[in-house]
Ligand binder design. Structure first.
Ligand SMILES: [Zn+2]
Length: 322
């Protein structure tokens, strides 16, 4: 790669689509963000193309200056085929995203799921730097993961690895979007926070959560609960503590199986910080096997909401050079 060549990272989420222009050291040159057009798969692909064109023209660059494009999409991805198989929050089903973008731009395009690209971001630019056996767990509305073993991402046989959100924690637990019961993400994600908060309010518990939600139970989300907890609301604190403990159970399984050096937590729920991190760490230290529990460091992510776009660019750089 020459000094005057660049990479583009794209993060396609259920609400926002973000693009970032970086140089060969993955330093940020410029970035753009828009609301995702949820009309159709075609509209999303067109919007991605337009966002990249805008990023190029805004920086007086042409597509010949770009060596590769990395894309992260929230959903099930077939990495080898470059296809979005299915997405729970986007109208993308069996969309050949990689081919459509490569045909349009004429440069290599690499497509992966949002949790894997976030893991790439943290591995190369965030808290996973220099850590060979590294796992990044994204805890937002759902839960996803990215696993690095000896510095290589582990994708599994069909490229759908690290769906840690669907390990079953409680067979009698709530029904999951995947059809099973008691998956990790039904107990420890943003949707679990909302469910617990609504149950507390419906049960007549006195809590600031409803005040922060402007008196409307439908406005209750993870951020509202986190704000109430920061104001020392006992119900909100109890919910986040419970969520943190469930996160600890999920992490214990991961720690016992993979014996990683570090696990980083990213995603919206992780922004509650020590309110969820401390109970999660406590559970791992009490329940996970020794020496695995002693070896692992569990930390919060460093890149915040840029992990996806930066990770998409890092994915493109790694795939290009591998
Ligand atoms: Zn599930």
């Amino acid at each position: 790669m020459n000094n005057d060549q660049y990479l583009i990272g794209l993060d396609v989420g259920g609400t926002k689509i973000s693009a970032i222009l970086v140089d060969e050291t993955l330093s940020i040159i410029s970035e753009l963000r828009k609301q995702t057009l949820l009309i159709s798969g075609r509209a999303i692909v067109d919007e991605a193309k337009e966002l990249i064109a805008e990023l190029l023209s805004g920086n007086d660059l042409d597509i010949v200056d770009i060596v590769a494009i990395g894309i992260g999409v929230a959903g099930m991805i077939n990495f080898k085929e470059g296809e979005v198989v299915f997405s729970p929050n986007l109208p993308l089903k069996n969309v050949a995203f990689k081919k459509l973008m490569e045909d349009h731009f004429g440069v290599p395009v690499f497509l992966d799921n949002d949790a894997n690209v976030a893991a790439f971001g943290e591995k190369y630019l965030g808290s996973g730097r220099g850590v060979s056996n590294f796992i990044c767990v994204t805890i937002g509305t759902g839960i996803g993961g990215g696993i690095f073993i000896n510095d290589k991402i582990y994708r599994g046989v069909s490229g759908s690895s690290a769906e840690v959100g669907h390990m079953v924690i409680d067979i009698n637990g709530p029904k999951c979007g995947c059809g099973n019961y008691g998956c990790f993400e039904t107990l420890a994600s943003g949707q679990a926070i909302v469910r617990m908060a609504k149950e507390a309010i419906a049960g007549g518990k006195k809590t600031l959560i409803l005040d922060f939600a402007k008196g409307n139970i439908e406005n209750v989300n993870g951020e509202v609960v986190s704000r109430a907890a920061s104001d020392n609301d006992q119900i909100a604190c109890d919910i986040l503590d419970k969520i943190g403990r469930f996160i600890g159970i999920g992490l214990t399984n991961i720690v016992n199986i993979f014996n990683p050096e570090k696990i980083t937590l990213t995603g919206g729920v992780s922004q509650s910080g020590s309110l969820i991190l401390n109970p999660a760490k406590e559970v791992v230290s009490q329940v996970a096997l020794v020496p695995n529990s002693l070896d692992v460091k569990i930390e919060l992510a460093e890149l915040g909401n840029r992990a996806g776009v930066l990770g998409a660019a890092a994915l493109a750089l790694r795939e290009l050079s591998s």
